[in-house]
Design a protein around this ligand. Structure first.
Ligand SMILES: [Zn+2]
Ligand SMILES: [Zn+2]
Length: 342
């Protein structure tokens, strides 16, 4: 219960700073060639909710094709009935009846990436304060080859491990986080990126880093690096690949089968001195979690909406009604509170 409650808070940035939707700073600097696969245009909440619904239906269909009935049923049940705490214009909290915890489930993935943000943001801030470092977002790419997803992921991670052992890297970076993003090119070859938040000690020539990456990969020098101006937004950008590691709408049964074989593959991790720092940080991490828990647990029916102070009420919705409710909120003129009853 604790997990479901904590994890499913669907508030905007004023209630939960780490779940901010703001992408302005981090959107601009990434090269289109690298990230166009998953960025898309900015969509409304109702559109995103509808897409999550379609993605889950698609996944459940593929699971049935593979005779994975149990997985399909879980996906069907996940977030199928919702208790929505709302003032009519804002949603303060959503409690689902059931969470499937499947790694490709977009609803469960959102919760997972929110948890990562809650866990790592305080550690990152503290690490920066202690170490006079600035965060950068580094996107590392590799050449496309005929290989499995697992081989592709292992190849880029091995290259990255080699990179972090080189004296150049150690001279300029003090650890950070990494996460994997998978795409496929038009020929069906796996294209894997590694998104790194690196804590940079000092400036260096990007061409030198390209040479280093080429030296460890043997055939790729394509990478992108930009400073992170807003740490919360930068972290959100990077952990979104944990909830959305690949484009599931273009996913076939064979892709799902391959993914089911990757059960233990890690999609996110820490490295270098930041990794050691996180280990020592555990007690305060618990503090941060309980703070968030208190924030969400305190909100009940009758409380004031954190955004407009109107009283919150409990709205029971089915999964297909949630996008409609978002739509209703989006089309309501500001100031007009509409109470819908079911
Ligand atoms: Zn789920
Ligand atoms: Zn409100």
């Amino acid at each position: 219960m604790r997990q479901a409650t904590l994890a499913t808070v669907l508030t905007d940035s004023r209630c939960l700073p780490v779940a901010s939707e703001s992408k302005s700073a981090s959107q601009t600097y990434l090269d289109k060639r690298v990230t166009k696969s998953q960025r898309g245009t900015k969509r409304t909440r109702s559109q995103r909710a509808r897409e999550r619904l379609q993605t889950k239906e698609h996944l459940a269909g593929l699971a049935r094709e593979l005779h994975e009935g149990e997985l399909a049923d879980k996906l069907d049940r996940c977030h199928s009935r919702l208790s929505v705490l709302t003032c009519g214009r804002h949603i303060a909290r959503i409690i689902p009846n059931f969470t499937c915890e499947f790694r490709l489930c977009p609803d469960c993935g959102r919760r997972r990436s929110r948890k990562l943000q809650t866990k790592y943001l305080p550690m990152m801030k503290s690490f920066m304060l202690h170490n006079k470092v600035t965060p950068v977002h580094l996107v590392l790419t590799q050449t496309h080859r005929k290989e499995t997803r697992k081989e592709s992921a292992a190849r880029i991670r091995n290259s990255f491990t080699k990179l972090t052992r080189r004296s150049f890297w150690k001279q300029y970076f003090k650890g950070g986080t990494w996460s994997l993003e998978f795409t496929k090119d038009k020929n069906g070859l796996h294209h894997t990126h590694l998104h790194v938040i690196g804590f940079r000690r000092k400036f260096f020539d990007i061409e030198l880093l390209r040479d280093e990456w080429l030296a460890v990969t043997g055939d790729s020098h394509v990478l992108h690096l930009k400073p992170i101006l807003d740490l919360a937004a930068g972290l959100q950008e990077v952990v979104k690949y944990v909830s959305k590691p690949l484009d599931i709408r273009r996913f076939g049964a064979a892709d799902l089968k391959e993914f089911l074989g990757l059960k233990n593959m890690r999609m996110f991790g820490t490295f270098g001195e930041f990794r050691d720092f996180c280990k020592g940080f555990e007690p305060s991490d618990d503090d941060a979690m309980s703070e968030l828990e208190t924030l969400s647990r305190d909100l009940v029916e009758g409380c004031a909406c954190p955004q407009c102070s109107a009283p919150l009420f409990d709205l029971r919705l089915s999964k297909s009604e949630l996008p409609q409710f978002y739509e209703q909120i989006e089309s309501s003129p500001p100031g007009k509170v509409r109470r819908s009853s079911h």
